[in-house]
Design a protein. Sequence first.
Length: 578
Amino acid sequence: MNRLYVAAVLSLLLSGIGCGADNASKPSSASTDSGEGASSLLETCLPTPVLPGTCGSAPVARASLIPGPGDPGFDAELDAKARRIDRVFHAFHVRGTGLNADLSVVDTPEARSLITQWVEEDDGWDFEAWSGVATTDVVDNWAKVAGAYGGVGVAADAYRYGALRDEGAACSEVAVAREQLLRSLSGLHVAVAITGTPGVIARGFASRDNPGYGQVVETTPLFDDAGNPLPEEKNNGTWREDVSGDYPNLVWEDSCSRDMLVGWAAGFGAAWEVIRSDPDIPDSVRSTLATDAAAIAASLSTVQSSGYDLEIMDADGRMTYHGLLHENSVDRYYVDTFENGPNALMALGIVGALAIAAEDETALSYVLDTLGDTRELPRIAEESAEIIDFGPGSNFSGYNMGFLGGWLSQRFVCDDAVRAQVVAGVDQGMYERPGEERQPAEQSQALYHLVALQARSSTSLWSGDGVVDDAVLDRVLADLRGFSDAPYFPESRVNCDEVEIEAGVCTALDGSTLHLLGEAGWNDTLIAEEPLPMSIRPASNYHWRSNPYQVNGDAGATAFLGAVDFRFVYWMGRFIER
């Protein structure tokens, strides 16, 4: 565990911040009273089904958070950019798995030029058909699928399909988006099925059919000949052979952590709300999604040998290395007197999204009655979400988990009082703490802005006041417009040279002045006092967990990124209505 993190947590404990409160929680609005005449949670929790739109009827005005073609304020240029990013993503990054993976482009000008030419001169989805060149001739390495990015990629595909369908886009385009979603949902199921254990989901997986990760990793059996789990000491990811017998061409990585699981949960929740009432989606797909979600939710709600629930379990029977979601835990340790607000947001959001995707009465009751009423996780989230803020030393992977968990909670948990406390934790506890510096509200983090935007308008599956904070929406759009276009071959970003670093002040690539704080960021990152706009930030395979104050960075000469972070935010905003 990071020593700075431990010290900060200990100081919080000693000062009383994050410790238990005496006030009792209010009863849930979705009662599970078993008496005569009581309604089931499935009746009270599930929102009224909404019939999907009709393709070919565009433009339909939907009043989505990010305006579509039928809405005032539609940005056609940003829409075209999103299409370019989507085309590259589906032509290259999902090969063999259906889910996001980072790539390495063949290190020749010809390879980059051919991909760029396809993006600029064609508008279709098939690079190989257009070029007559195999993707493996221009890309020579596929990294693994990882839950943190693969899951939000599923959500992006779901929301893209839902937005195009409900906006009345051309039927041919909707059909393409539907097939892409079905492929990504197949990948989501693989992440569960490949482990061979109900309720267990992989950290990630890779295809042996692709050059790269899947062909070079060494696998370890789950158990030795005596039935003891391997490796003897649990770690943060061991590669395994397929246990199901259905995917011999795939290998998977165990030890799914909190940041991976919250990404997977986003995929489950978004997919469910888009496909729930869609007659063009096979019932078998909905059934598989529900079965997988129910099994994971059941595992998380089970009290394990430790005496605690909310532990992410693995196929070897042990808890994963970073598998504690409990509200009384810190990193890998239990501290019974400590209330962890970010964990409360994640636990509510993850299990809430899984419960509703499963349409499972038991899981819904666990979220509302056990986590909500009895354990008061909504109150903990409201009162203690702020512990994520370590000033210049903040870990933005933690912020990503907090905002994503908060979004899942406020969108998918069917209780007005719960959501109100979650909204307070997100908005006043994380996004814009009164009187505090270096707040997410000033950062080029579009996901944080979009989650806060929904918090401020009480947007969920059940409600929304229709009022949008235009200033926050402008931040979302500014970040998306500043995002690198496709194909995303990230360039080295040096805003501050060695002389400027020594002086402590530099002129950034956009001409602005940056005042340096030295290597004061998480993991000794060189950071500035001012947040950098998206257009000059160093590249990242997922910006929403990267430091927006970092001034310099180089992703490497052959990096080829899928911009799944852009896709998740843009299509969430295009689908969700005000």
